[in-house]
Design a protein around this ligand. Structure first.
Ligand SMILES: *Cc1c(COP(=O)(O)O)cnc(C)c1O
Ligand code: SF4
Length: 355
């Protein structure tokens, strides 16, 4: 087997092969418990996914600018013993991350300049994006915010009040987007408070939630969250983030169903990733699995050129050809819009399929 080099601390912790902490399907823990039990140790992740530490080449962790973090419900969908598993590869820190490539920078979307005050990104007309927390339940290696100034975008009540003032004072804002990090890391109580306050601003019509949590820890969709979202006048859309059909298991479907039942529009955004979903057959299967789970494909993003993620990148032309191939297989509503983000543009830039 060809060895891959994984970034791993030199002092590899002692492994206890008998104490398999892999969760049993029967009794899911609360989402908060899943979060605190998330795996942060590379050796443990390899062990839980049936990979041998001997089969990888350890690399000095200095290269690891962005920590490892993977909750168990996601790990359970990784095919054991396959170091190239598409779910594993989304979270496994490999040495390629340390390679610097020209054009790959720390803030590819220039968010620093569209950050009018901490916690707000107001880049597109009518829509304001609120960063409700800096962290995520999972750390995806290709994340364009892997270098973002989260410390200055920390959550605080004061900051939320200032964001509400900002929205109140701008009549052109018709849609508020909860983003992050992952906004659903906030408690139901805090989200309920914020959502009610936004619903009280009459020019806001829609609320959108960009989250990966229903996929990563399905039990995050609590009755309390559903009640809070359903109980106000706003039209709500939830945009989840799924890149591969194996991410959708029974628990994810079960979590998404009540959202639909409460009139919440479910959309998906994916990132086109080399070695993970860059084949027409896989993207077709993803769209079908999404629709089966009640979710419509929305965006397929070209990778943002962030430092440390160049090894996931696919060229624009190759991406357009791939989408051309899936467009030939699927009804139009199951073909995601291929987009890229260019700083300074009024919207994300659509890239047409090459048929
Ligand atoms: C993508 C994005 C939005 C939403 O754009 P849509 O095209 O409406 O989905 C809003 N704000 C920021 C900063 C974004 O990156
Ligand atoms: S869930 Fe989204 S924001 Fe969080 S690490 Fe993954 S890609 Fe980045």
């Amino acid at each position: 087997m060809k060895k891959i080099s994984v970034i791993i601390p030199k002092s590899v912790p002692v492994l206890h092969p008998d104490s398999d902490t892999r969760e049993k399907e029967k009794r899911p823990r609360s989402w908060q418990a899943e979060l605190s039990h998330a795996v942060t140790d590379v050796a443990e992740l390899l062990r839980l996914t049936g990979n041998r530490i001997e089969d990888i080449l350890p690399v000095n962790p200095k290269a690891l600018q962005f920590p490892l973090r993977v909750p168990h419900p996601y790990i359970q969908r990784i095919v054991p013993g396959d170091i190239n598993d598409p779910l594993l590869r989304q979270v496994l820190p490999v040495s390629l991350e340390a390679e610097q490539k020209p054009g790959y920078i720390t803030d590819p979307l220039d968010e620093a300049s569209t950050n009018p005050q901490p916690g707000i990104i107001h880049k597109y007309a009518g829509r304001v994006l609120l960063i409700l927390t800096g962290s995520c339940a999972i750390n995806c290696r290709y994340c364009f915010r892997r270098h973002f100034a989260y410390k200055e975008n920390r959550n605080s009540k004061k900051q939320w009040l200032r964001a509400l003032d900002y929205i109140r004072n701008d009549q052109s804002i018709t849609e508020v987007i909860y983003s992050g990090g992952d906004p659903l890391l906030n408690s139901d109580k805090n989200l309920d408070y914020l959502t009610r306050a936004i619903a009280d601003i009459s020019h806001v019509k829609r609320l959108r939630i960009h989250t990966r949590l229903p996929v990563v820890i399905p039990q995050r969709i609590t009755p309390g969250l559903l009640k809070s979202l359903a109980g106000n006048r706003l039209k709500i859309a939830m945009v989840v983030h799924i890149n591969h059909h194996n991410e959708i298991d029974k628990r994810v479907k079960t979590a998404l169903k009540p959202l639909r039942d409460h009139d919440i529009t479910l959309l998906n955004q994916s990132v086109l990733l080399k070695g993970i979903n860059d084949r027409a057959a896989l993207l077709t299967r993803l769209s079908e699995a999404l629709y089966d789970a009640g979710v419509l494909p929305y965006y397929l993003h070209l990778l943002d050129k962030v430092d440390g993620a160049a090894h996931f990148d696919i060229s624009q032309t190759e991406a357009q050809k791939l989408v051309g191939r899936i467009a030939a297989n699927l009804p139009g509503y199951l073909v995601p819009k291929l987009v890229t983000e260019t700083p300074g543009q009024v919207a994300k830039t659509p890239l047409l399929p090459i048929l």
